[in-house]
Design a protein. Structure first.
Length: 287
């Protein structure tokens, strides 16, 4: 318990947004810690603007949004600044839908949210319905991968459920899998976010066609290996770092300063979008 608290406090103190308003962040953290343990049930909490999320104890990403404003600040701010009404955001490994809510409720863009674990998918749908964005979100309970078929997924690891080997001893389920090239065959995404707990190489292999589409401006990935880097570079992408406060985008060979790797194409267009996006305020801090 103490270790967990210390880890959370370090996260808050070093968070680029929460550190700018520590009194408010600490107050929200304390309120959540006390209130959630008293209620012991899902709680609807405010998010960005008039959006909301349903949070429960153990939901690291969702609860992190409560006291830091945006759990993955740099990446989430990039989504807010890049996307526009009418764009398509693809959320692979959507989990409970934090990014989908930001993209569709806050920005007003369309989203395609892919979440393979049925219990987590229900939580995703709960947040979609809560924010009244069903008309903007196409949600699918499946996995993205290289080929059509099915794969074995853990079902006992909460927010880190992932593809597992045939000899996995924990609780698991079989889930359908499709390639992004198939899912997005007639669609034109502006931004794709991929967070699949190490299954990124398979997802990228099944995305080679869509990665070459001119409509796609950026890709956010949790994991990048040499094969992924090669595919992204061949598709015209370059690694970058984004500063949400300055609205500055820089290309860099070392681009893992945030939670995810950012890869961009058409740098001038992406920069223009980010610089001309509306201003947002979270925890009383503008960005």
């Amino acid at each position: 318990m103490i270790t967990s608290f210390l880890r959370t406090w370090r996260f808050i103190l070093n968070h680029p947004l929460a550190s700018r308003n520590l009194p408010e962040a600490i107050k929200l953290w304390f309120k959540w810690q006390v209130g959630s343990r008293i209620l012991k049930m899902p709680v609807v909490v405010p998010f960005v603007g008039d959006s909301q999320l349903v949070a429960e104890l153990g939901m690291t990403g969702a609860t992190g949004n409560i006291y830091t404003g945006l759990h993955e600040f740099t990446d989430m701010a990039f989504c807010l600044h890049l996307l526009r009404v009418g764009d398509l955001f693809v959320d692979v490994g959507a989990n409970i839908g934090s990014y989908t809510v930001l993209s569709s409720k806050v920005v007003g863009a369309n989203s395609l949210a892919i979440e393979p674990v049925p219990t987590t998918y229900k939580r995703l749908r709960r947040n979609i319905d809560l924010n009244d964005i069903s008309s903007l979100v196409d949600s699918r309970c499946c996995a993205a991968g290289k080929n059509h078929g099915s794969i074995k997924f853990s079902s006992d690891m909460d927010t880190t459920n992932q593809v597992v080997a045939a000899d996995y001893k924990g609780n698991s389920i079989e889930v359908p899998v499709e390639s992004l090239d198939y899912i997005l065959e007639k669609l034109q995404p502006t931004l794709i976010k991929i967070d699949v707990e190490g299954f990124e190489p398979e997802v990228i292999e099944g995305s080679r066609k869509i990665l070459t589409s001119d409509c796609l401006l950026a890709v956010l990935l949790e994991t990048v290996d040499p094969s992924i880097e090669k595919t992204l570079r061949e598709s015209g992408f370059q690694p970058g770092n984004y500063d949400p406060f300055k609205r500055e985008l820089k290309t860099s060979a070392h681009n893992h300063l945030s939670n995810n790797y950012l890869w961009i194409r058409n740098l001038s267009k992406v920069e223009d979008r980010c610089k001309t996006a509306p201003q947002y305020q979270v925890l009383g801090v503008d960005f």
